[in-house]
Design a protein. Structure first.
Length: 138
């Protein structure tokens, strides 16, 4: 079946020229593509919105866990010592840094960092998708 015969049901007006039919078909295809992209953007906004909410909700227990581990390991004591007697510790900075590294709550810090990065990434993607949806041709 030729292209002209397949387009006849789409364009029932016989007075329309072939160029106008092509323009109308192109416009219909482009409109369909724009609607599909808008639908995809709305889905991405919902997904990244859910990721953001999940990351913020997960950040609270991660922060509590990191604080508990810091208090239990003595990491908080080393940090307070560093803040209060900073100039007196310059002579033994190497031993202080090793003690800080040994007592650092790595799992808690990693959990806080991972949830923070996930929340920032979700906000970035939300902004990109919302702007793309807002400034699209539809």
């Amino acid at each position: 079946m030729s292209l002209a015969k397949s387009m006849n049901p789409l364009f029932s007006n016989k007075k329309v020229s072939w160029a106008e039919q092509s323009d109308a078909l192109c416009q219909a295809v482009m409109t369909r593509i724009a609607k599909r992209r808008a639908w995809q953007r709305r889905g991405a906004i919902a997904a990244y919105g859910g990721l953001f909410v999940s990351a913020v909700v997960a950040l609270i227990p991660a922060w509590q866990y990191a604080a508990e581990r810091a208090a239990a390991s003595g990491f908080a004591d080393y940090l307070s010592l560093l803040a209060s007697d900073g100039f007196q510790l310059l002579g033994s900075w190497h031993a202080l840094l090793l003690s800080l590294a040994e007592s650092a709550p790595i799992v808690g810090m990693t959990a806080v960092l991972a949830t923070t990065v996930a929340a920032i990434y979700a906000v970035r993607q939300l902004v990109l998708n919302i702007n793309d949806l807002r400034y699209s041709s539809l």
